[in-house]
Design a protein around this ligand. Structure first.
Ligand SMILES: C[S@@+](CC[C@H](N)C(=O)[O-])C[C@H]1O[C@@H](n2cnc3c(N)ncnc32)[C@H](O)[C@@H]1O
Length: 795
């Protein structure tokens, strides 16, 4: 690709003042990100901003020499002791050698001496935003260690419904296989709790862009990106002084009270004693009004607008709890910031939370060290809301409680309206961080900081509408062989609505065309009869898969085939990475500095018989096309991963569970759709890099956000997930389209959660996709290692 002339000019101008290209590049990159590619700003005054930023970065290098390398060593020890860290490429492989088209680690003679895994040492150089840019960030941690820019709103989980209805590429749709699978129409699974409360909206990815300010120098022992020439390397973790360890779905509590930090009592413990003070609030009060009034009006006004309980004002911070009959709850914690003196700095939320939890452990003799203050507060909100609602008018449709939502950022009526317009039923629990320094009177002194937790109803969809979209007894709305129920044994949330489909649908531009004429006789078995698995010699379809069928007569994947698939995915020694000369992913980002291809895993593919074959529908070489064959259930996970999928019966090893079904998008379509949301596509990339450069309409991915099947609920587990995805060719010999099918990697017991390894690189802080805080619980968790490192680094 021809270099961007503006980039060239920037380099040239900097060179004229003696700054080398290496120094310019990372800073320019960061500036472009920060200024949203507004070149005019960067170019103005003969690139003054750029020059300043580079100089400031240089200064910071001098004034902040790299801290102790002890942690690095610790980390090296920690990860070095892992014999072979098993990681998946694509995102993880971003810094691997990009030379050559295909790089098979097991055949590549350039493995490093130790034979241990190459985990890409991250080159830190381009992570340093110039100090002069820091004022643009919305949140900055102490010591300039980390600066975060969070989007104004996290955005809905679902994109707006596509303007073009997706069309099915399947000629005959899925053979539901009812001949062989007795459907159990009345199976309900565990009776779900009534869907009172809107989901927290744990949808696919939540977005947030993090810029990290770090020591620019490559850390000792780290081999810079462009010099890594093997597909394996030592894992040399970076220093990570602060991480985004706070899970995204937790409610950050912000209670700022200077004296509390020096040992004074916080009034938090008084929550439970305040209940008897509650009075009846006006019924018509809307949540946004509560929030709005609390953010702008005086304390006394607030007292009249909704009923509340207040902790006596001799304590320098004040707690108020207000609830309305509609289930709206406001918890307000105010402090007198004047007490802190001129140098008082707001403690971080984590600091405060830690202090509170310590206090609770000591004062209230709580024995579970893992208890969570935020959870207690959230529970309290829900309890209050429930009590209030129970006593409220019963005339609401279906007598259902309104959904709970905790509004964020000084919610106004306008915000609430916008939420409604979104159409998605996401009800995120968030904190209203409205700071109001103008409150006075009624026990407040002039300078009052205030943060509030506001619980408000969501009215995106009526309960009838919701019932229609999400039938608790069958989330598939009859689309699968089995009913798939959903249950919530934790709280009253219900899943985000989506359109259930059992076959992939083309959104618009994807080139997926099935025609019988495309399937030549050499790609099907027209002369077969009955069940191909029992034919004397392997049929044509079997020959295409190496002369052997992938399935056993029992309908599971053969042990050796499965084991090979597993090791090709998990074992870096067996991984074969295909690198595109021009990667469709990078091409679509239209970046000024397109990154080289990060590599795509080559996989074993299953070829199933199909309509043009002579065998019958019960042929043992037709498994995925027959659809879901086991009893599954969507459930709210107890460990904070949101909704998940579990099996209700024991599954044998190698069993087909379900396919990942969604809209088939081209990569540009995916990015256009998710420009603001930073979600990761599920790529159909098994052949990328193998045959030339895929055209835009051939480089495809799946998006199950709006149209999808039950696979959209499968959560991630690092490395030892009980599902593996295997490409399955059914209707078309075109390599760019196939079915992505999930098979069990081992026996799975009834009620076990089903998981797959998304292949996320939790260390890839540079990636535009903000990953979630992994709670997979695996001993191989890649995110946990990072957390451990981070904690030790901050000690
Ligand atoms: C494909 S969705 C899975 C279903 C999702 N849990 C839900 O409630 O709809 C992926 C999202 O689930 C959550 N998730 C999946 N695996 C997770 C894990 N191991 N730890 C924490 N969150 C996880 C993340 O929010 C992620 O973006």
């Amino acid at each position: 690709m021809a270099p961007n002339p503006r980039v060239v000019q920037a380099f040239r101008t900097m060179k004229e003042i003696g700054i080398s290209e290496e120094k310019v590049k990372p800073v320019l990159k960061k500036l472009l990100k920060l200024y949203d590619k507004n070149w005019e700003l960067i170019e103005s005054e003969n690139y003054r901003v750029l020059a300043d930023a580079i100089f400031e970065e240089e200064d910071s290098k001098v004034s902040e020499p790299k801290k102790s390398t002890a942690h690095d060593q610790e980390d090296i020890d920690e990860e070095g002791s892992t014999p072979v860290e098993l990681v998946r490429p694509l995102k993880r492989a971003r810094l691997k050698n990009q030379e050559g088209l295909a790089t098979c680690s097991h055949t590549n003679g350039s493995s490093n001496v130790a034979g241990t895994l190459l985990k890409e040492p991250k080159v830190e150089e381009n992570e340093i935003p110039p100090a002069s840019l820091q004022h643009r960030s919305l949140q900055s941690n102490v010591g300039n260690i980390r600066t975060e820019i969070l989007p104004a709103s996290p955005g809905p989980v679902c994109p707006q419904p596509p303007s073009h209805a997706p069309v099915s590429p399947h000629h005959s749709g899925r053979d539901k296989g009812k001949q062989i699978v007795e459907p159990r129409p009345n199976y309900k699974g565990k009776e779900p709790m009534s869907p009172h409360v809107a989901s927290k909206g744990k949808g696919p990815e939540r977005a947030s862009v993090a810029l990290r300010i770090k020591d620019p120098a490559p850390e000792p022992g780290i081999i810079p990106n462009n010099r890594v020439s093997a597909t394996q390397a030592l894992i040399i973790p970076k220093e990570e002084p602060f991480t985004d360890d706070m899970p995204q779905d937790e409610v950050p509590l912000a209670v700022i009270q200077p004296d509390s930090l020096s040992g004074r009592d916080l009034p938090i413990g008084d929550f439970s004693t305040e209940k008897s003070n509650w009075l009846e609030p006006p019924e018509s009060l809307h949540a946004a009004e509560i929030a709005g009034s609390s953010a702008s009006a005086s304390g006394s006004e607030r007292h009249t607008s909704c009923e509340h309980a207040t902790v006596p004002d001799e304590i320098p911070s004040i707690l108020e709890i207000a609830s309305s009959q509609l289930g709206e709850v406001t918890i307000s914690l105010s402090y007198n910031s004047a007490l802190g003196g001129p140098n008082f700095q707001l403690p971080s939320i984590d600091e405060l939370r830690g202090l509170m939890e310590l206090r609770c452990l000591q004062s209230y003799k709580l024995i579970d060290p893992n208890f969570d203050v935020i959870k207690i507060l959230t529970d309290m909100c829900e309890c209050i809301s429930e009590l209030a609602t129970n006593s409220s008018n019963q005339s609401q449709e279906g007598n259902e409680m309104p959904a709970l939502d905790v509004l964020k950022k000084s919610p106004s009526r306008g915000d609430a309206e916008k939420n409604k317009e979104n159409g998605c039923c996401e009800a995120a629990m968030m904190l209203n961080e409205s700071f109001d320094n103008h409150c006075s009177g009624n026990g407040f002194v002039d300078n009052v900081g205030r943060k509030e937790l506001v619980v408000a109803p969501q009215h995106h969809l009526t309960s009838n509408e919701l019932r229609r979209v999400l039938d608790a007894s069958d989330i598939t709305k009859g689309e699968e062989n089995f009913e798939i129920s959903w249950v919530n044994e934790i709280n009253k949330e219900f899943p985000t609505p989506f359109q259930y489909i059992s076959d992939n649908l083309v959104f618009q531009n994807a080139h997926v065309s099935f025609s019988l004429s495309r399937i030549g006789d050499e790609r099907c078995c027209p002369t077969c009869l009955g069940d191909c698995l029992f034919s004397q010699k392997p049929c044509v379809c079997a020959c295409q898969a190496g002369g052997k069928f992938a399935y056993t007569p029992e309908g599971v994947i053969k042990e050796d085939f499965l084991e090979e698939c597993i090791s090709m995915t998990r074992d870096p020694q067996k991984q074969c990475l295909l690198n595109c000369t021009e990667c469709p992913l990078e091409r679509s980002k239209a970046d000024d500095f397109p990154e080289p291809c990060k590599g795509h895993l080559q996989r074993k593919v299953i070829k199933e018989c199909w309509i043009k074959c002579g065998c019958n529908k019960q042929c043992g070489n037709r498994v995925v096309q027959r659809g879901v064959n086991y009893k599954l259930q969507v459930f709210l996970t107890p460990d904070g991963k949101g909704w998940g999928l579990r099996t209700l019966e024991n599954l044998p090893k190698g069993a087909f569970v379900c396919e990942f079904v969604g809209e088939i998008l081209t990569i540009p379509e995916f990015y256009a759709r998710n420009r603001e949301k930073h979600t990761s596509p599920v790529l159909l990339d098994a052949y990328w890099g193998l045959k030339g450069v895929p055209k835009d309409e051939e480089a495809l991915c799946l998006d199950a956000t709006c149209y999808g099947n039950v696979a959209r609920f499968i959560n991630h587990r690092c490395l030892d997930a009980n599902l593996i995805e295997i490409p399955v060719e059914v209707e078309t010999p075109d390599l760019h389209y196939y079915h992505l099918a999930f098979f069990t990697t081992r026996e799975v017991h009834a009620l076990e959660e089903l998981t797959w390894d998304y292949g996320i690189d939790f260390d890839d802080l540079d990636h535009h996709v903000k990953t979630f805080q992994c709670r997979c619980g695996s001993k191989f968790c890649r995110n946990m290692k990072r957390s451990i490192r981070s904690k030790s680094a901050t000690r």
